[in-house]
Design a protein around this ligand. Structure first.
Ligand code: NAP
Ligand code: GDP
Length: 345
């Protein structure tokens, strides 16, 4: 049987690396779309040992000509659109760039698919950030959107475009509404990795204090390695649909800090509240966490928790890693990186 071919945009990101490994394990020929930037962005692919097993191609979502040529050249059976300016915090400062990449970028792919490979299957990386100021708890595929950031707004545009190309042009196009998912390969700007790396550095005497923002925000955190399996499963369905992918449990940023701190040998207690609140290690008496107004957002998403019932029933998907296991996995990886002096990623 002919080898299936997949094009993964954003292959250098967290999910791109895990998905590339999953697809290779399933026997796919994997084209990885990589944008040209001045720094080496292959570290995640190297860490999963797939950098030399996929075929990297130059790819920038903002350039429709480039997107079209990439699809013409690769003629994929499946396209996974994971590329994005994915950091909510930055989207308030870069709303135009974020909208061009995260909103229009998706449309560039859909337009190229419609003309060149209408039989191919498409996955759009939608997000729980589209629920924003949530209309109901927990959030499902039918919950109304109320995005709270340029990132969320751009993703809503892409989500509806994906739906529209499915309905208007008959494309097999699905969106996964994924809730936050993390791993040792998560970018350092996201709160989970910022906590595990920051506290690991403090434990090793390489950093004094970790500055954070809103400790009371609640997220439904899962493991990226579990979530890429759901992406693949969506494209194996006869009919394209949208799915919520989540654990169904929500926890605060504060709880994440407490778990990570305990694993690193700290005994954390909190003092004060709001900006200026401190996290103090009872053992040493030192302040290790400082809440700073710098990391609060102009508009916050206070609570996210998904109901992954549809994906459980239709995709037979359930997440394997629980939050405590995820924290442990991330702390272990960052402690080892710090110990070996290799913690630039
Ligand atoms: P990530 O680690 O930030 O990866 C984003 C990828 O997009 C990187 O490979 C990045 O390339 C690439 N990229 C950025 N701008 C591009 C452009 N103009 N053209 C081509 N590629 C570009 O994000 P992730 O966590 O893997 O998330 C994957 C997708 O899922 C994203 O669309 C994200 O918005 C969405 N999502 C993520 C979560 C989550 O919790 N992780 C939840 C819901 C949805 P560089 O390496 O060059 O930066
Ligand atoms: P998001 O859900 O995609 O925005 O993922 P993040 O990991 O960036 O943020 C998750 C939550 O943590 C948000 O509610 C943030 O306001 C909160 N948070 C608190 N302190 C920080 C911080 O220092 N950095 C980040 N990135 N988020 C923080």
């Amino acid at each position: 049987m002919k080898k299936k071919t997949a094009l993964v945009t954003g292959v250098t990101g967290q999910d791109g690396a895990y998905l590339a490994r999953l697809l290779l394990d399933k026997g796919y020929h994997v084209y990885g779309g990589r944008r040209r930037i001045s720094v080496d962005n292959l570290w995640r692919l190297r860490e999963l040992k797939v950098h030399d097993k996929i075929e990297l191609i130059d790819f920038d979502l903002q350039e429709i000509g480039n997107v079209t040529r990439a699809i013409k050249h690769t003629r994929p059976d499946e396209i996974y659109n994971l590329a994005a300016q994915s950091f909510v915090g930055v989207s308030f400062e870069l709303p135009v760039t974020t909208s061009q990449i995260d909103g229009m970028g998706c449309l560039h792919i859909l337009e190229a698919m419609r003309d060149l490979v209408p039989e191919a299957r498409f996955y759009q990386a939608s997000t729980s950030e589209m629920f924003g100021k949530v209309h109901e708890i927990p959030q499902t595929e039918t919950t109304q959107f109320y995005p709270r950031s340029p990132y969320g707004v751009a993703k809503v545009f892409a989500h509806y475009m994906t739906q529209n190309y499915r309905e208007a042009h008959g494309l097999h196009a699905s969106s996964g509404i994924l809730f936050n998912h993390e791993s040792p390969l998560r970018g350092q700007e996201f709160v989970t990795r910022k906590i595990t790396l920051g506290l690991a550095r403090i434990a090793a005497g390489q950093q004094e204090v970790l500055e954070l923002g809103n400790l009371d925000a609640k997220r439904d955190w899962g493991f990226a390695g579990d979530y890429v399996q759901a992406m693949w499963a969506m494209l194996q369905q006869d009919v394209a649909e949208d799915y919520v992918i989540a654990t169904g449990e929500t926890n605060t940023v504060r709880y994440f800090c407490e778990r990570a701190a305990a694993l690193l040998g700290f005994d954390l207690r909190w003092e004060g509240e709001g900006p200026g609140e401190l996290g103090i290690d009872r053992k040493s008496g030192k302040t290790i966490i400082h809440v700073s107004p710098k990391f609060f957002r102009p508009a916050e998403v206070e609570l996210l928790v998904g109901l992954p019932e549809k994906s459980r029933v239709k995709l037979a998907w359930t997440p394997e890693v629980k939050l405590d296991g995820l924290v442990e996995m991330m702390v272990t990886a960052d402690r080892n990186r710090v110990a070996s002096g290799c913690h630039t990623q």
